[in-house]
Write a protein that binds this ligand. Structure first.
Ligand code: PBG
Length: 337
């Protein structure tokens, strides 16, 4: 035996993983995944009125904006190279009712925002949700009858809302309410009204999660919601059921799939990408954002590094992109690299 062979070489058989990590330039050469601005979708909150930029207590750094201010912010996002925004309305309480009927008003807040954004910033994608929760007096995503969220009637309503959103200029309909049969119904309704080019990004696997808390403050549903969403969102314990649910969305014509929340569900991202090969997106939801911001504000973690690490983790888990409240902050950092 070569007497220069030391203990570790005998153990590793001369395979040393650290050789590729020895310098910044080798690390750059072997880096498997990269985060770029092309990966980012920015969710924004819209309020009625004008000139309004209103901080959200539970989401430091995130504001509710009136349509005019949102347009300015979206322009900045487009200048940074962010490909798309996802809009969420916080409508007047007086407009909310049992059936969420304002979701069908062609000039409601979400459609006003779409029209204004597409007019001022035509090159950014607008993704709109058709769930009823911003419009219902009970904060549920569907129509509530005798204590039950009724599936089929809700599907009819959201398919109609999808067409109205597409008429306003929405590029991608993203249904987040987890009703059965919704993807097929939305596709049929869009096609029947000449919207063959409007895509569907399914919130394919949306879990009944505690991470949505700050979002409910943002759109004003926190105090309204009676009970929970466990009869329609997926149990966080169930991975195989999530993949079966996503498979139905793929069959029904989804163009893109989403996993929500994000970081606690990276296994689902990976399984979805492997199973279907469709573009997969993760939604890094409000509670995930808030955790990082709160810890960073206390000086307990390096907020910027943790943000970038989480965004990169989604890429490693097979995601094509991430919906994140960090999108603008991350895009600014990426622009400097
Ligand atoms: C509801 C909806 C939710 C989010 C977006 N649309 C969850 C909910 O309130 O049940 C959550 C987004 C976030 O937490 O950032 N259709």
């Amino acid at each position: 035996m070569n007497d220069r062979t030391n203990l570790v070489d005998r153990i590793t058989g001369h395979r040393r993983m650290r050789r590729n990590r020895k310098a910044e330039w080798t690390r750059r050469l072997v880096q498997e995944n990269r985060l770029t601005v092309d990966d980012l979708i920015w969710p924004i909150f819209i309020v009625p009125g004008s000139g309004i930029v209103q901080p959200i207590d539970a989401m430091p750094g995130v504001n509710r904006m009136s349509v005019d201010k949102a347009v300015d912010a979206v322009k900045q996002a487009a200048d940074l190279g962010i490909p798309a925004v996802a809009t969420f309305p916080n409508i007047d309480m007086a407009l909310r009712d049992e059936a969420g009927s304002n979701s069908l008003a062609p000039d409601n807040l979400i459609n006003q925002a779409t029209r204004a954004i597409k007019k001022a910033v035509p090159n950014i994608g607008v993704i709109t949700d058709v769930a009823l929760d911003p419009f219902t007096s009970h904060g549920h995503d569907g129509i509530l009858r005798d204590g039950e969220i009724v599936n089929d009637e809700t599907v009819e309503a959201i398919a109609r809302a999808a067409v109205i959103q597409a008429n306003a200029g929405s590029d991608i309909i993203a249904p987040s309410e987890m009703m059965d049969g919704r993807i097929g119904a939305i596709r049929e309704a869009l096609d029947a009204s000449g919207h063959q080019n409007v895509g569907i990004m399914s919130y394919a696997t949306k879990f009944a999660s505690a991470f949505y808390g700050p979002y409910r403050e943002a759109i004003g549903t926190g105090g309204l919601l009676k009970g929970d969403k466990k009869t329609y969102y997926i149990d966080p314990a169930n991975g195989t059921e999530a993949i079966r649910d996503a498979a139905l969305d793929v069959e029904e014509g989804a163009d893109m799939l989403m996993v929500k929340p994000g970081l606690a569900y990276l296994d689902i991202c990976w399984r979805m990408k492997e199973a279907f090969g469709l573009p997969v997106f993760a939604y890094q939801v409000s509670g995930e954002y808030t955790q990082i911001k709160a810890a960073a504000a206390n000086g307990w973690i390096d907020g910027e590094r943790v943000m970038l690490e989480t965004l990169l983790a989604f890429k490693r888990a097979g995601c094509d992109g991430i919906l994140s409240y960090f999108a603008v902050e991350a895009a600014k950092i990426l622009a400097k690299r």
